[in-house]
Write a protein that binds this ligand. Structure first.
Ligand SMILES: [Zn+2]
Length: 307
């Protein structure tokens, strides 16, 4: 019997949605949203109009306590602090509804279809506006007590580093993300750099820095060196705790993977014992559709288990 599920990837400016029937993904849609206003009503109506829908998976950019309450979601003010079961689940006709962090759903997609296919233990990071993290242990997402764990973006890389929006200083996210890139450019501006990228750091997009770096621009290359340095430190610590089979890096900034990859290795190799030296670090395989595919497949697998 066919099972039909939907996967929904909620981002800061858009929502991606698709359906899955056990064989293929279809009806892929993208909605532009304002994260400060109600963007759910239309999605809920759409889902309630799909006959035979048996499960829905949501990937949401934030920490989801107990799989219900959205905590710490700086990019999603409309849902921040709300109970997702009340806001979403109770309004849906379908009973099997799963909420998880967007990076967890990305990692699930990568585990089912991409570079992490079938692995027992791997670490997945998404480098976007912030840094998302996920770890699979014994083929399962590790969540920590109340689903509050695996927040790899907020581990400390430098105790004296820039203040992060989580309250800590020098988080991995303060370097290896869009916010991190802007931190770097602000620092350079303060030091007196005269450069196109340091005029208005708060408006610079990672893609632009990447273009500069590809053309050999020294400041842009230094920016990616910094990202590689921070990732090298972080991955060396993750290696000692988890001994993963692979590290996989996704998210928009991973487009520049070939530029910062050598700097990851340079830092990493100085910080791990020899038996941890050869853990591969790879760029994620799935595109920006990984989140909605992962959410679809997560719901599909959970519904299948119940049958
Ligand atoms: Zn932080």
């Amino acid at each position: 019997m066919k099972i039909l599920t939907a996967g929904i990837d909620i981002g800061g400016t858009r929502v991606k949605l698709c359906l899955f029937d056990g064989n293929k993904f279809f009806d892929e849609k993208i909605f532009e949203i304002n994260p400060e206003e109600d963007f759910l009503t239309g999605i809920i109506e759409y889902l309630n109009g799909i006959e035979e829908l048996e499960g829905v998976g949501f990937g949401i950019p934030g920490v989801i306590e107990d799989g219900k309450i959205l905590k710490f979601a700086p990019n999603l003010p409309f849902l921040f602090g709300k109970n997702l079961e009340k806001e979403i689940k109770e309004k849906l006709k379908v009973k099997n509804v799963y909420f998880d962090n967007d990076c967890h759903m990305n990692a699930y997609g990568e585990w089912k279809l991409g570079k992490a296919k079938g692995l027992e233990c791997f670490i997945f990071l998404t480098l976007g506006t912030g840094v998302g993290g996920a770890v699979f242990i014994e083929k399962k997402l590790f969540r920590g007590y109340k689903n509050l764990g695996a927040e790899f973006g907020h581990i400390t890389v430098d105790p004296e580093g820039p203040v992060c929006n989580c309250g800590n200083r020098g988080c991995l996210e303060s370097y290896a993300s869009k916010n991190g890139i802007r931190n770097f450019l602000f620092k350079k501006k303060k030091e007196g750099a005269q450069h196109f990228l340091t005029k208005n750091p708060e408006k610079v997009e990672p893609e632009v820095v990447y273009k500069f770096a590809k053309n050999g621009d020294l400041l842009a290359l230094e920016c990616f060196k910094y990202i590689g340095w921070a990732l090298g430190i972080a991955l060396s610590d993750f290696a000692k705790v988890f001994s993963p089979q692979k590290f996989i890096i996704g998210g928009g900034i991973a487009n520049a993977f070939e530029i910062f990859y050598p700097y990851i290795l340079e830092e990493y190799s100085q910080r791990v014992p020899s038996y941890l030296l050869n853990i591969p670090v790879e760029k994620a395989e799935l595109s920006d559709k990984a989140g909605m595919y992962g959410a679809c497949l997560y719901a599909y697998d959970r519904v299948s288990e119940k049958k």
